[in-house]
Design a protein around this ligand. Structure first.
Ligand code: HEM
Ligand code: FES
Length: 740
C-alpha cells in the first residue's frame, strides 16, 4: 500500500485512487490532522467516526458562525456561496427543523412516486433526442439533461430554462476556479436565482397546484408564513444539491457497466436487480465524497483529541469503503445489503432527495439498458472531475452504440421501483402435500381475473398473517394466467415463516402478495445445466419446463436427503428432452458437482438454487474451473437475515400512538409496525431504509417510553426517551406520544 506525506482530499493522489488513498490513511492513522487548505483540519476515514460526527450536531456544527467563516462551512475549503445562506443545510437543530419539514413534504416516498411518470416521460424524450445518432457524450445528452429537466420542471421552470440552468449547475462542480467556464457557470446560477425569485413571487400572487405554491401555503409551528427568501433558500438548495449529484452517480455507474459487461447483462436480463442494486451503486459511487463540520467544544473522535473551532472533514466515501462494515468494499456486489451506506449522509441533514435521486438514476439506467444496451465507452476520451475531494463524477463520457428508433409517446417506465409497489390479495386455491414436509400451494387472484405475467426464476413475496414477508419461487404453469403455484418446505429449525405458512395453509384463506419479481432470469445459452438442492428445485422446475417447451436441451442435477423429500421429481423426469439426475443422499451420497460442471461446454449456462452450502460449493467450483461467468445463483439471504430481525412479532406487545400535531390516537397491533400505522393516516411521511439504519424516520417522542430496535441512536439518546426510529422501534409504555 502506498504511503502519502500529508492528507489532502483534493490532492491528485486522492483523485487518482480515492479508495486506496483513504485505505492507506485508515491503516496508518485513521483520524488525523493536516495543515492543507485554510487553517488545516481533522480528517476521518472510518465508518464509526464519520457516523459519530454527523450524528452529533451539538459538538459538530454545520453553521458558518461556528467556524467564523464567510462562505459555507459544510465543505473544505469553505464554499463560495458567500451571500446565500442554504436552509436547512447550514443550520443546526432546532433552527433547521421548520425548513427541513418543507423538504420532507415534497420529497417523501409518496411524493416521489407521483413524479415517476413525469421522470419516465423526460427520460424517454431525452433519449429520443440522441438515439438515432449512434454516438454521444452521455453526460451532455443524458445524465445532465435528465436531472435538470426533472428538477426544474417539478419546481415550475418553463422548458426554455431547463438547459440554460442545467448545464451551469454541472459546470459549477466541474470547472476550474477562475476559468471562462466557471464564469459561465456563475452567470447561469445567477440567472437561476433571478428566475426562481420571479417564480416564487408569481406563485405568491397566483397560487396553483404546484410545489412552490404548496410550500408557500405551509405554516411554521407558531402559525407564521415562510417568507419568499426562506422558500427561495430551501428550493435553491434542492436544485443545486440534487442535479449534479445524480448526474455524477449515473455517469459513474455507466462507466462501471462498460467495464463490467457481465453485470450489464445481468441487469438487462433481470431489471428488478436494479432496485436492490441501486444502494450498492450508491455506496460504491456516492457522488458527494466528503463534507465538513466545525467542532464547538474540546472533545475526541476515535481516541484523537480535537479542539473547539477545529474543522472536521466528514468523508462519506471513506465510511462507505470501510472494510469493517462492507467486505471487499471496492467491489460492486449486487446481492450485498448496502443499506447502511452513508452516501446520503446520516443525521439531521441526511439527504431528503434520496428517493428522487434513486428514481432519476433508475430511470436513466433503465433507458440505457433497454434502448442502447450495447453502448461502448471510449475510455481514452472520458474526463473525470479535477478533484474528488468533495464530489466525484465524470465530466465527459464519449460513447458509441447501435442507433435505435425514437419512441415518441410510447413511454416504457421502469417498473418495480415504486415504494408502494403493487401489493394485492390472492386466495389459496389448492394445498397439496408433494413431498415429506413440502406443501404445494396454488393461489388465484382474490375476486378472480388474471395475475401479472411471470418468467422462470421469478418469486412472489407473501405477507403472512404475523407480518412476516417471505419470498417463494414460482413453479406452476407459465401459460396459466389465472394461478400461481409455490412450494414451501416446513423448516422446523427456521425462523418461523415456513411453519406459519404450513399452519395456516387451507383453501379459501386470503393472503397479500407482491410481485412477481425476477432476480434469477433464465438466459439464452447453447446449453443449460440446472443444479437443485432440496426445495431449491422450485425455480429449477420452472426453468426446465420452459426449456422443454422450447425444445432446448438441458440437464438437471437434483439432490435431496431422500426420495421422499424430493418434491416434483416425477414432473421433472416427465419433461421431454430434459436429462434428469436424481441424487437422493441416503442412496447415492451428494451429487458430483465437479463432474457435472466439467461435463458442460464453456458457454453452457449453469444455474444453482439450494442451501447456502451448496451454492457456495458451486461458486467455488466455477471459480476454480474458470466458469464463474456462466454461473447464475439466487440467494434470498441478505433480505432474509434482515427480515428475521424485523418480522419477528414474538416480543411485540400492542400499544397506542398519539400523533400530537394531527390530534389522532391509533392502535398499533402486534403484527404491524409503528410506521405502517402512522403512514396510513400521514401518507406524506418521510422515511427510507425501514431497517433502523438510516435515521430518516427519526421522530421526536413527547411522552411515553420507546422500545428501541434501531442501529442509529447512541446509548444516551436511547436513555433520553426523546427520539425514536418509528420504522423498527415500538413502545414499552401502553401509549406513546409523537411529534407528528
Ligand atoms: C445521488 C444523489 C445525491 C447525493 C449523493 C446526495 C448527497 C447528500 C448528502 C451527503 C447530504 C447531507 C449533507 C450533510 O449532512 O451535511 C445531502 C443533503 C441534502 N440533499 Fe442530497 N444528495 C443527492 C441528491 C439530492 C436530490 C435529488 C435532492 C433534491 C431534489 C437533494 C437535496 C438535498 C438537500 C436539500 C439537502 C440538505 C438537507 C438538510 O440539510 O436537511 N439531494 N445530500
Ligand atoms: S427509515 Fe431508516 S431508520 Fe427508519
Amino acid at each position: 500500500m502506498p504511503t502519502y506525506e500529508k492528507f489532502d482530499h483534493h490532492s491528485a493522489e486522492c483523485r487518482d485512487d480515492i479508495v486506496g488513498y483513504y485505505a492507506a490513511f485508515r491503516d496508518k492513522c485513521p483520524v488525523g490532522r493536516t495543515d492543507a487548505h485554510e487553517n488545516g483540519y481533522v480528517y476521518l476515514t472510518r465508518y464509526a467516526d464519520v457516523f459519530q460526527v454527523a450524528r452529533n450536531d451539538a459538538l459538530f456544527s454545520s453553521t458558518r458562525a461556528a467556524g467564523n467563516l464567510e462562505g459555507t462551512a459544510i465543505v473544505i475549503p469553505s464554499g463560495p456561496f458567500g451571500g446565500n445562506m442554504q436552509y436547512p443545510l447550514e443550520l443546526d437543530p432546532p433552527d433547521n427543523v421548520e425548513y427541513r419539514r418543507l423538504l420532507d413534504l415534497i420529497l417523501s416516498p409518496a411524493a416521489v412516486d407521483e413524479l415517476r411518470p413525469m421522470i419516465a416521460r423526460h427520460a424517454s424524450r431525452i433519449v429520443d433526442e440522441f438515439i438515432e445518432s449512434g454516438s454521444a457524450d452521455l453526460v451532455e445528452v443524458l445524465t445532465n439533461p435528465l436531472p435538470s429537466a426533472v428538477t426544474l420542471d417539478w419546481i415550475g421552470f418553463p422548458e426554455e430554462d431547463w438547459m440554460r440552468i442545467g448545464r451551469p449547475i454541472h459546470d459549477v462542480f466541474t470547472s476550474e476556479p477562475g476559468s471562462e467556464r466557471a464564469q459561465r457557470a456563475y452567470e447561469g446560477m445567477a440567472y437561476m436565482e433571478k428566475r426562481l425569485a420571479e417564480i416564487i413571487a408569481e406563485r405568491r400572487a397566483n397560487p396553483g397546484d404546484d410545489v412552490i405554491s404548496r410550500l408557500l401555503a405551509e405554516r411554521k409551528a407558531d402559525g407564521s408564513e415562510f417568507t419568499d427568501a426562506e422558500v427561495f433558500s430551501v428550493i435553491g438548495i434542492a436544485i443545486t444539491g440534487g442535479v449534479d449529484t445524480t448526474t455524477s452517480l449515473t455517469g459513474s455507474v455507466l462507466v462501471h457497466l462498460d467495464e463490467h459487461p457481465e453485470m450489464r447483462q445481468q441487469l438487462i436480463d433481470a431489471p428488478d436487480l436494479l432496485v436492490d442494486g441501486t444502494d450498492e451503486f450508491l455506496r460504491r459511487y456516492g457522488s458527494v465524497t466528503a463534507m465538513s463540520r466545525t467542532t464547538t467544544a474540546d472533545t475526541e473522535i476515535g481516541g484523537c483529541p480535537v479542539q473547539a473551532g477545529e474543522r472536521v472533514l466528514v468523508p462519506w466515501f471513506a465510511a462507505n469503503h470501510d472494510p469493517e462494515v462492507f467486505t471487499e468494499p471496492h467491489e460492486v456486489r449486487l446481492d450485498r445489503d448496502a443499506s447502511r451506506h452513508l452516501t446520503f449522509g446520516i443525521g439531521t441533514h441526511r439527504c431528503p432527495g434520496a428517493h428522487l435521486a434513486r428514481a432519476m438514476f433508475q430511470e436513466m439506467i433503465h433507458q440505457v439498458l433497454t434502448r442502447l444496451p450495447d453502448y461502448k465507452v471510449d475510455r481514452e476520451g472520458v474526463v473525470g472531475y479535477a478533484s474528488r475531494g468533495n464530489h466525484m463524477g465524470w465530466d465527459v463520457i464519449p460513447a458509441t452504440f447501435t442507433p435505435g428508433p425514437r419512441v415518441g409517446d410510447r413511454i416504457d417506465q421502469f417498473q418495480g421501483a415504486s415504494h408502494d409497489n403493487e401489493t394485492y390479495d390472492v386466495v389459496l386455491d389448492a394445498v397439496d402435500v408433494v413431498a415429506e414436509d413440502v406443501l404445494a400451494i396454488t393461489v388465484r387472484a382474490a375476486g378472480g381475473g388474471t395475475l401479472p405475467r411471470w418468467q422462470p426464476g421469478a418469486h412472489l413475496e407473501m405477507r403472512l398473517p404475523s407480518g412476516r414477508l417471505r419470498q417463494y419461487s414460482l413453479c406452476g404453469q407459465l401459460d396459466d394466467p389465472s394461478s400461481y403455484r409455490v412450494a414451501v418446505l416446513r423448516e422446523r429449525a427456521g425462523r418461523g415463516g415456513s411453519e406459519e405458512l404450513h399452519d395456516i395453509a387451507v383453501a379459501g384463506r386470503e393472503l397479500t402478495v407482491r410481485g412477481p419479481r425476477n432476480h434469477f432470469p433464465l438466459v439464452d445459452a447453447d446449453g443449460h445445466l440446472l443444479i437443485a438442492g432440496g426445495i431449491g428445485v422450485t425455480p429449477i422446475l420452472a426453468m426446465a419446463r420452459s426449456l422443454a417447451a422450447r425444445g432446448r436441451p438441458a440437464r438437471v442435477v437434483y439432490g435431496g436427503r431422500s426420495r421422499a423429500t424430493m418434491a416434483f421429481a416425477d414432473e421433472l423426469t416427465a419433461l421431454p428432452g430434459i436429462e434428469v439426475d436424481l441424487v437422493p443422499q441416503d442412496e447415492q451420497g451428494i451429487p458430483d458437482l465437479r463432474a457435472a460442471i466439467d461435463a458442460t461446454a464453456p458457454g453452457t449456462a449453469i444455474y444453482c438454487c439450494g442451501p447456502s452450502a451448496m451454492i457456495s460449493a458451486v461458486q467455488a467450483l466455477c471459480d476454480e474451473l474458470g466458469r464463474r461467468a456462466d454461473l447464475h445463483v439466487e440467494r434470498f439471504a441478505a433480505s432474509d437475515e434482515m427480515e428475521a430481525r424485523l418480522a419477528s412479532t414474538e416480543n411485540n406487545k400492542p400499544f397506542k400512538v398519539e400523533l400530537a400535531r394531527s390530534h389522532q390516537v391509533l392502535d398499533v397491533p402486534v403484527d404491524k409496525r409503528l410506521i405502517e400505522v402512522v403512514r396510513e393516516v400521514l401518507p406524506g411521511l418521510n422515511y427510507d431504509c425501514e431497517k433502523g439504519f438510516c435515521g430518516s424516520c427519526e421522530t421526536r417522542v413527547l411522552a411515553g417510553k420507546p422500545e428501541h430496535r434501531d442501529e442509529v441512536l447512541s446509548d444516551a439518546e436511547r436513555e433520553s426517551c426523546s427520539t425514536m426510529m418509528i420504522c423498527v422501534s415500538r413502545s414499552q409504555s401502553d401509549r406513546i406520544v409523537l411529534d407528528l
